[in-house]
Design a protein. Structure first.
Length: 175
């Protein structure tokens, strides 16, 4: 139970940090403004993302955006919460991954429900701002880190399965 409360505190903290950072961007920059932080590499920018990751679906009809950017993510959060509870006694990194996904999804859902778009502001690029990676935010970072943890879990599970199969087929292991 201690793990659940620790992860809950972490999720709440990340959601608050996400919302405060987005609020700071909205109150300090005008829409479209970019402030170079590390010339040729990183800027803070005020971007409105009405789509999904990398702006996908931004130009879709309103009914599409309502279903895919509001309805489905709420259902998805419920499912991920169920996975979080289910894995609390398993490897910590797996529970952490689910908690990070929830924190990121909730942070972006708050924006979508209250603003109709997600505020993005971290922009990395090489040499010229025109060649930038899509802008993102704290919530997106949480989801990306979680994806990395889930990929690690996939490979660890595959390795464990292969080791288990090799051990089971080894005639010397049965003695």
């Amino acid at each position: 139970m201690a793990r659940f409360w620790s992860l809950s505190l972490m999720m709440a903290t990340l959601i608050i940090v996400d919302q405060l950072s987005k609020g700071a961007i909205q109150s300090s920059l005008y829409y479209g403004q970019t402030i170079p932080v590390i010339k040729g590499f990183f800027s803070i920018a005020y971007v409105k993302n009405t789509g999904a990751a990398f702006g996908l679906g931004a130009g879709g009809p309103e009914w599409f955006r309502q279903i895919f950017f509001l309805g489905l993510p709420v259902i998805f959060c419920g499912w991920i919460f169920w996975l979080l509870v289910k894995t609390l006694k398993g490897p910590f990194y797996l529970s952490l991954a689910y908690a990070l996904i929830i924190a990121g999804a909730v942070g972006n859902l708050i924006d979508r429900f209250s603003l109709g778009y997600v505020v993005d502001f971290l922009m990395f690029y090489w040499k010229e701002e025109e060649n930038h990676f899509p802008a993102f935010n704290v919530a997106d970072s949480c989801i990306s880190i979680a994806a990395g943890l889930l990929i690690i879990d996939f490979f660890l599970q595959a390795k464990a399965k292969k080791t288990s199969e090799n051990h089971a087929s080894d005639p010397l292991s049965k003695s």
